[in-house]
Design a protein around this ligand. Structure first.
Ligand SMILES: [Zn+2]
Ligand SMILES: [Zn+2]
Length: 216
């Protein structure tokens, strides 16, 4: 398959409709809460992002970090009714709208600076210039790079349950063991979370809402 399926959505600071200045985080949250992410005319990848695409929400400026993941339920042409519901002042001419589903806030943001050595598209780049790789509204990334961008830092060797967020150092109250564990990505499914085994076996490594609520 040559279709790109993993993308980074880049958000900068913006303006609320009442003119209030919003940080990149506030702007991104407003879009994610509204469930619609605009694609501007001339935005890179606007024709490649389709239903089922996996998305990472990246905040530009102030270090650059990934704060959430989502999935594209659908991509539709921009419309007047979308414009009416849009929570921010439009930054440009929207061409299409990504309708988001399965939005998950990361328990701790991933600072891109700390992952430079692991991202294939930054290898060989001047370490001080990597921010350039996150311009243009969106960026297509490989599945591996997507995982690096969306997996919060963990203690070396400690695996986390994708169902409940328990880990090697903090088992579930009733005691638990790994039904599945991948030491390389530091993720697993513990014995309290058997209902997550089927999605794990289908290749889904995303952390559930419940596991993200856990204080790691
Ligand atoms: Zn669990
Ligand atoms: Zn557990």
């Amino acid at each position: 398959m040559t279709n790109r399926t993993h993308f980074v959505l880049i958000k900068r600071e913006g303006l609320a409709r009442d003119g209030r200045a919003l940080s990149a985080l506030e702007s991104a949250k407003a879009l994610v809460d509204g469930g619609v992410w605009p694609l501007w005319e001339h935005t890179r990848n606007r024709k490649s992002i389709g239903a089922g695409a996996k998305l990472a929400v990246y905040l530009a400026g102030q270090g650059g970090k990934v704060i959430a993941t989502a999935c594209a339920r659908d991509v539709t042409p921009w419309s007047a009714s979308l414009a009416r519901r849009y929570p921010l002042v439009l930054d440009g001419v929207p061409e299409a709208a990504i309708h988001l589903q399965d939005v998950r806030m990361l328990p701790t943001p991933v600072q891109v600076r700390s992952r430079i050595g692991e991202l294939s598209f930054l290898v060989g780049r001047n370490a001080s210039k990597w921010g350039v790789a996150f311009m243009g509204g969106t960026r297509a990334v490989s599945e591996q790079d997507f995982r690096v961008l969306t997996t919060p830092a963990r203690l070396p060797g400690v695996a986390v349950c994708i169902g409940c967020g328990c880990d090697d150092m903090h088992a579930c109250e009733e005691g638990c063991w790994w039904l599945r564990v991948d030491r390389e990505v530091q993720l697993g499914v513990c014995s309290s979370c058997a209902t997550h085994v089927s999605r794990w076996d289908a290749g889904d490594r995303s952390l559930s809402e419940e596991s993200l609520a856990e204080d790691l």
